[in-house]
Design a protein. Structure first.
Length: 119
């Protein structure tokens, strides 16, 4: 490595990183890298995953039922009906009308600039 390259390395890398870089450059290319740490047997790993999956499945299946409050259920159903009806109205708009509506909504949600009101 040139003197200029070493000077730049001293500015960018700390001594530990420079040493590691120099050692990796000095190591022959055909030398095999150190073996990775042994991995758990696939059967053990799969068994652990199956066990976790079964525990999660039991947890989901044994959850208490959702609130049986009739007024809450009715409120949710009404909200779904309103949403569905408004969605069909938006589906009937042309692309140009939909774009204009989006721009109008964005302007309405933007804070007024300079403290001036639009009214």
């Amino acid at each position: 490595m040139s003197k200029i390259g070493k000077a730049f390395m001293s500015l960018i890398l700390d001594k530990k990183a420079r040493t590691a870089l120099e050692q990796s450059a000095a190591r022959p290319k055909d030398m095999p890298s150190p073996a990775p740490a042994p991995v758990a047997a696939p059967q053990e790993h799969e068994a652990a995953l199956q066990e976790r999956l079964q525990a999660k499945l039991d947890e989901v299946q044994n959850r208490p039922p959702p609130s049986a409050n009739p007024s809450r259920r009715e409120l949710i159903q009404n909200a779904r009906r309103v949403h569905a009806s408004k969605q069909t109205i938006l589906n009937d708009l042309s692309d140009e009308q939909r774009l204009k509506l989006q721009v109008l909504a964005m302007r309405a949600m933007m804070p007024s600039s300079g403290g001036k009101s639009d009214n």
